[in-house]
Design a protein around this ligand. Sequence first.
Ligand SMILES: [Zn+2]
Length: 248
Amino acid sequence: MKKRSLGFSFIITGICLASSVLAAEKAQWGYSGPEGPEHWGELDPQFTVCSTGKNQSPVDLTGMVESELPPIVFNYQSGDNEILNNGHTIQVNYNLANTIRVDGQEFELKQFHFHSPSENTIEGQSFPMEAHFVHIDKGGNIAVVALLYKQGEPNVELEKSWALMPENSGDKKAIPRSISANTLLPKIRDYYRFSGSLTTPPCTEGVLWLVMKNFNTASKEQIEKFSHTMHHPNNRPVQPLNGRLVLK
Ligand SMILES: [Zn+2]
């Protein structure tokens, strides 16, 4: 019964957020050693698909198939939110109506968070950082917009979040109205599309992945600030495509 009532929260928070309530329900996991990605499937019966799944993320995007992908319709706005360090990532939570429309379906933005180095790679190329914008629709379906960062010019919009980055696991801070997820995304939003999973336990499949073709930049200092705060790389290794198509 308890499990059923928490089901929706699991889906929303599953990608990277382990809230205190949920952490008590599930096994500890990490990015190295006995709790590392190669062991996730054995750590908890709820994580089995991490090792048995055939549609896992991240992936190396390769062999892209030409396709007439319609534009994603973004409806993002500024609003109050919070930034937290959950030990696995730095995450900004949203509770306002920020939405995207894909395939005529509306998905609401729940949070965005970061990985360094990148989780997805493009034709074998890894990037120093990747952002995931996690959305969910009324039916519980998840869509993630992924953005890759190259090292380069300091990123002014990213700095608004970075300036508030909580240093210790479990810390969170309120964010004033000035941060819109909109300003973090590139202006041109062409994308690659494929079906995948959450990249953290429970590795739930059926996630719609929308990876921006255009990169953003972050300075060496900005990338290092994130990796120093995390104390470790927080990227799951790429998973086999197993015949999945990556559309472009
Ligand atoms: Zn992620």
